[in-house]
Design a binder for this molecule. Structure first.
Ligand code: AMP
Ligand code: ZN
Length: 115
């Protein structure tokens, strides 16, 4: 737990979030500033700064993050039409919260290439 990390605070129940799923390793909740009709974040409870800080020991957590993202897409009914998962890594890619998270986006047409 990093005391000034907003996502650590959410995992510890010290900051509010509209949670959709949680288990011992992973939490999913609605993004506070949605960029699509469905915009969910899936995060590990463990503070991992971003993909560059993933350790071999984190392999199970990483696979769980992706599986929960898939579960969210199905539950939110965006799986059939199409959805996108995004992991922004460092500033030029748009990472603003330094706690690993997967964006699950859907419910509208996505452009390519991304901005
Ligand atoms: P990124 O820019 O890839 O680091 O994504 C961070 C995301 O976290 C953004 O989409 C924010 O809207 C979202 N966010 C920041 N603070 C909160 C919060 N307290 N609850 C929910 N989502 C948040
Ligand atoms: Zn954190």
């Amino acid at each position: 737990m990093i005391s000034d990390c907003v996502f650590c605070k959410i995992t510890a129940g010290q900051a509010p979030a509209k949670k959709l799923y949680e288990d011992n390793d992973v939490i999913a909740f609605h993004d506070i500033n949605p960029q699509a009709p469905v915009h969910i974040l899936v995060i590990p409870r463990k503070h991992i700064r971003n993909l560059l800080y993933v350790d071999e020991k984190d392999a199970l957590i990483l696979s769980k993050l992706i599986m929960v993202a898939t579960m969210m897409a199905k539950e939110q009914k965006i799986a059939e039409k199409g959805y996108r998962i995004v992991i922004n890594t460092n500033r030029c890619a748009g990472q603003s919260v330094d706690h690993l998270h997967i964006h699950v986006l859907g419910g509208r047409i996505m452009s390519w290439p991304p901005g």
